[in-house]
Design a protein around this ligand. Structure first.
Ligand SMILES: NC(=O)c1ccc[n+]([C@@H]2O[C@H](COP(=O)([O-])OP(=O)(O)OC[C@H]3O[C@@H](n4cnc5c(N)ncnc54)[C@H](OP(=O)(O)O)[C@@H]3O)[C@@H](O)[C@H]2O)c1
Length: 242
């Protein structure tokens, strides 16, 4: 496969920023997108990519970014928020869910649909959705749940909006993969593990190196044409349960 052209949403910090740096170091052409044009330009200059302003909740900015970018092989839907980190479920109202879903779910639909024409022109199109192990219903339920909603150390009783948004993203991953199979577009989700980023205090205080998660993004971008699609992968390359 020739060096791909990639775009990462929310690449101005955290996992997305490290992934952009790794892609650029590997010789890929990388679009560093961010909702702040200035920060996208600064990050692109630092990592060796090109900058484009893109707010996943703003369809006008997404359409403008798609027009600017033109050709694309790899779309990384990385932008995400977890505004309910400190909010237990009974206090998380519909507005909090709506705000979370605007970025983590609806934003992915807006961005994916906007870049589909370019991806369909690619010889090896790939979409990688940054999900979370906490969105896995299997890992959240018995008999030995890693992320029991009420008990899990990182999320106990909180993050219902965030976690369910990632469950929805997992479903979208499967449905897009099936819908786009005929176009050769591979669509997979990644559970990156807890990483030291600005996402929320648990990530910032107890997260591991974001580089390991970024490397897993590159692995999914390099999946061969006969490789898997419609899967949730853990950062170590194993298939995670929905
Ligand atoms: N870190 C972890 O432990 C962990 C675990 C599981 C999953 N994840 C997932 O990994 C992805 C990356 O998160 P991260 O940990 O790297 O956190 P992060 O450092 O907070 O990065 C998130 C990025 O998303 C951007 N963003 C937020 N809203 C946006 C919008 N409307 N339009 C465009 N960009 C937007 C942020 O931009 P601003 O800087 O402008 O806010 C930021 O660059 C997320 O989807 C997250 O859910 C992370």
């Amino acid at each position: 496969m020739q060096d791909p052209i990639a775009l990462i949403t929310g690449a101005t910090s955290g996992i997305g920023r490290v992934a952009a740096a790794q892609m650029a170091a590997a010789g890929w052409s990388v679009w560093v997108s961010g909702r702040s044009r200035e920060r996208a330009e600064a990050t692109a200059a630092e990592v060796g990519g090109r900058a484009v302003q893109l707010d996943v909740t703003d369809p006008t900015s997404v359409a403008a970014a798609a027009a600017t970018v033109g050709e694309l092989d790899v779309l990384v839907n990385n932008a995400g928020i977890s505004p309910d980190y400190a909010v237990p479920l009974p206090d998380a109202d519909a507005d909090l869910f709506r705000r979370t879903y605007e970025t983590n779910v609806f934003g992915v639909v807006t961005v994916t649909n906007a870049f589909l024409p370019a991806l369909r022109r690619s010889n090896h199109p790939r979409i990688i959705n940054l999900s979370s192990g906490t969105g896995s219903l299997t890992w959240s339920s018995g008999p030995n749940p890693q992320f029991d909603f009420a008990q899990a150390a990182e999320t106990g009783g909180r993050l219902a909006a965030y976690r369910s948004s990632k469950t929805a993203l997992n479903a979208l991953t499967l449905l897009y993969a099936q819908a786009l199979a005929g176009d050769g577009v591979k669509v997979n989700a990644l559970a990156p593990g807890l990483r030291a980023t600005n996402l929320n205090p648990a990530a910032a205080e107890r997260g591991g190196d974001a580089a390991e998660a970024a490397a897993a993004i590159l692995d999914l971008a390099r999946i061969p044409d006969d490789g898997p699609s419609g899967r949730l992968f853990s950062f170590d390359g194993s298939v995670a349960p929905w």
